[in-house]
Design a protein around this ligand. Structure first.
Ligand code: SAM
Length: 201
């Protein structure tokens, strides 16, 4: 783990959640490499260092309700679930969501609500969240999502147009989002009405 991951609760949970539970059998031997791995359907499980950094930057506590956009394998979801009150996670691809639901249920994780749909439109019911994490690259923060962030809340997201993005954290202060640059990163694209078009390269 990078030396800038210093939050003891994040380090503890990263040690407790076994990444091998979330990777396809063919990649089990690489489960603890610090890099993304394929999970099928052209998608990836995120790099452990980036999972830890994004989690740390959310500054979670057990009162937080978190919206996660891009469930993927459910690995990041599981990490969030151990540090927050409840996680609401949206995945565009039903097959990935179902597989993540099976893994989390098997681990006895009960404080996660799953939804299959376009996360760029936000959670389907109107409500706000204390924290938001977007786990796929977005050109800009999707407006319906920022509208669902509570006052004082934090969003962490990779922003950029190409295959390389800038990982950013934003804190909502009144009408403003105060931004903090974290690092360069590479995520698959968020495909949706308020993100990238499926046909875009
Ligand atoms: N953090 C996840 C993990 O550890 O397995 C990896 C997430 S993966 C990099 C990004 C995910 O976002 C993919 O599973 C992809 O299908 C999903 N995705 C893309 N566009 C989406 C959208 N509009 N709404 C919800 N999920 C979306």
């Amino acid at each position: 783990m990078g030396r800038d991951i210093t939050d003891p609760s994040v380090l503890r949970v990263m040690g407790e959640i076994q990444r091998q539970d979330f990777v396809p059998a063919a990649y089990e031997a690489q489960a603890y490499d610090d890099g993304p791995l394929p999970i099928g359907l052209g998608q990836t499980i995120s790099q452990p260092y980036i999972v830890a950094l994004m989690t740390q930057e959310l500054h979670l506590n057990h009162d937080c309700e978190v919206l996660e956009i891009g469930t993927g394998s459910g690995y990041q979801t599981a990490v969030l679930s151990r540090l927050a009150k409840k996680v609401y996670t949206i995945e565009r691809l039903a097959q990935l969501s179902e597989s993540a639901q099976t893994v989390l249920k098997g681990l006895g994780i009960m404080n996660v609500e799953f939804h299959v749909g376009d996360g760029s439109c936000g959670w389907p019911q109107p409500r706000t969240f204390d924290r938001v994490m977007i786990t796929a690259g977005v050109p800009n923060l999707p407006q319906p999502v920022t509208e669902q962030l509570a006052e004082g809340g934090i969003i962490v997201a990779p922003l950029g147009y190409g295959g390389v993005q800038q990982l950013m954290a934003f804190e909502k202060k009144g009408q403003k989002l105060i931004e903090k640059m974290l690092c360069g990163c590479r995520f698959v694209k968020l495909i949706g009405e308020h993100a990238f078009d499926e046909t875009e390269d």
